[in-house]
Design a protein around this ligand. Structure first.
Ligand SMILES: Nc1nc2c(ncn2[C@@H]2O[C@H](COP(=O)(O)OP(=O)(O)O)[C@@H](O)[C@H]2O)c(=O)[nH]1
Ligand SMILES: [Mg+2]
Length: 457
């Protein structure tokens, strides 16, 4: 846990050669600390917040290390809420090392995420916003960036805070009703309160309804390509990636191990797997590869099962029958999409299976229908990000806990249990939301969240 007040420092740019590198310090006295090693000491001490100053940084023994630009952020108007300072030096790892060694004589190295932890502890942001900082840094596609930025800007926090206020107000009304009953006073309108409870449940469930997609947007959607050898899996893999990553040959059994790559599909982050074709293995390596294919299918969010379009063109089969005939294990069939590959090789007038997804890597726009079908199937639409959305498992679990307590309150009402039971459930519901915002938290949880950050953030 952070010992707020201690001065901490860390490089906040990657280790390597670049135009500049930046070192950040935070904590009361950090400006004075740096001033001791700076040519423009007096000016730096007097500098107002959000100003820059140029000068030379010296080692403890008075040797010039580098010419630097220092930015000053004074409490409370800084990232952490404390006095903060950033030293921009030339982007040479050795200079960064020497400056940090000098600083470490009077302060300590920041732990991963410690600057953001301080921002949270000092009330600059709530816990869900702090988590969004890391999500924004790690985001792999534009929709993931957008979702994290929305959360960082407080769109989710505001929605939850409003929900929290409504639950609290309702609880107070039930608590007052307990006293009314005790004192034989006329009852408040319980029907109105019931209605408000139903509305609150609806609002919470609306948020929960897109949570599963939100988590996929944050973590990446796992798609596994499978099917018989030579149906065009590796070609599709390459086409989706837009570069030739996998080996493609006319020989069945070319791909024996699996390949994993990340890509963005209309801005949604996808982790795609190309696998060994499913057939009776010819040797141990292929056998191992096929076993891996089944393992990946289990873990995938979506399985694309490729069948050559030409091969089924004259079969009178419909999609549900085809999927039953496939080598996909029955328990995985519900997350499988059949894809008809090499559609360019079909004869002009051959009949097409209705609602079948046809694709070709040899035709312009040959992947358009497939892309649309994938996004439809996973319910990933642009509208998802027009409203607040949960993107994190911890938040979704807490929201589910809140909704359970709200339903429990509703049940208690229907069973005419005392209002104190309802008030109790409403407190549990509030507590669950407070966990998301970090109003209620534990050191263990904070350690877990912030240890996933990088040093310097
Ligand atoms: N005409 C045509 N040929 C394709 C298409 N996709 C793949 N192929 C060819 O089919 C053969 C097998 O492809 P490959 O991607 O290695 O199949 P895999 O074994 O399922 O990975 C190669 O000769 C590819 O060039 C397509 O959309 N149209
Ligand atoms: Mg292959």
């Amino acid at each position: 846990m952070s010992n707020v007040g201690e001065i901490i420092c860390a490089p906040i740019t990657p280790n390597g050669f670049s135009a500049i590198s930046v070192i950040r310090l935070s904590g009361k006295g950090c400006i004075e600390l740096v001033a001791k090693h700076f040519s423009q000491s007096r000016k730096l001490l007097a500098l107002s917040s959000h100003r820059l100053i140029f000068g030379t940084f010296y080692s403890e023994s008075g040797e010039a290390i580098d010419e630097v630009l220092i930015s000053v952020f004074r409490e409370p108007n800084s990232y952490t809420g404390e006095d903060c300072l950033e030293i921009s030096c030339h982007g040479n790892p050795n200079l960064v090392y020497n400056i940090i060694q000098t600083l470490l004589l009077s302060c300590r190295m920041a732990k991963p995420g410690e600057f953001t932890l301080r921002a949270f502890l000092n009330g600059k942001m709530d816990l869900s916003q702090a988590e969004a900082v890391n999500d924004l840094i790690q985001a792999q596609a534009s929709k993931a960036e957008k979702a994290a930025l929305m959360q960082l800007k407080g769109k989710l926090s505001n929605y939850l805070q409003e929900l929290l206020n409504r639950i609290t107000e309702l609880r107070i009304r039930f608590e007052l009703a307990i006293d009314f009953a005790d004192q034989d006073l006329p009852m408040p309108d319980i029907n109105l309160m019931k209605q408000e409870l139903m509305d609150i449940i609806k609002t919470a469930e609306e948020l929960k309804s897109t949570g599963e997609q939100g988590i996929k947007i944050r973590e990446g959607i796992k798609i596994c390509l499978t099917g018989a050898p030579n149906v065009g899996k590796s070609s599709l893999f390459n086409a989706l990636l837009q570069h030739n990553r996998a080996i493609v040959t006319p020989h069945p059994g070319t791909t024996r191990d699996y390949l994993e790559e990340c890509l963005s599909l209309n801005g949604f982050p996808i982790v795609i797997y190309d696998t060994a074709g499913l057939r009776e293995a010819k040797d141990d390596i292929e056998k191992e590869g096929i076993a891996k294919s089944y393992e990946l299918m289990q873990r995938a969010d979506l399985i694309l099962y490729l069948v050559e379009a030409k091969q089924i063109a004259n079969l009178e089969l419909e999609l549900p029958e085809l999927i039953k005939l496939s080598t996909i294990p029955p328990e995985l069939q519900s997350k499988t999409l059949i894809v008809f590959s090499k559609a360019d090789l079909m004869e002009e007038n051959s009949p097409k299976i209705s609602s079948g997804i046809y694709c070709s890597v040899k035709k312009e726009n040959g992947l358009q229908a497939l892309t649309k079908a994938i996004l439809n199937r996973l319910m990933l639409s642009d509208e998802l990000l027009t409203k607040p959305i949960i993107i994190n498992n911890r938040h979704l679990a807490a929201l589910s806990k809140c909704i359970n307590s709200l339903h429990q309150a509703d049940l208690s009402l229907k069973e005419n249990l005392g209002f104190e039971f309802i008030a109790f459930e409403l407190i549990s519901a509030s507590n669950a939301l407070e966990e998301i915002l970090g109003i209620i938290t534990t050191d263990d949880l904070l350690d877990k969240i912030f240890s996933e950050f990088c040093i310097g953030k």
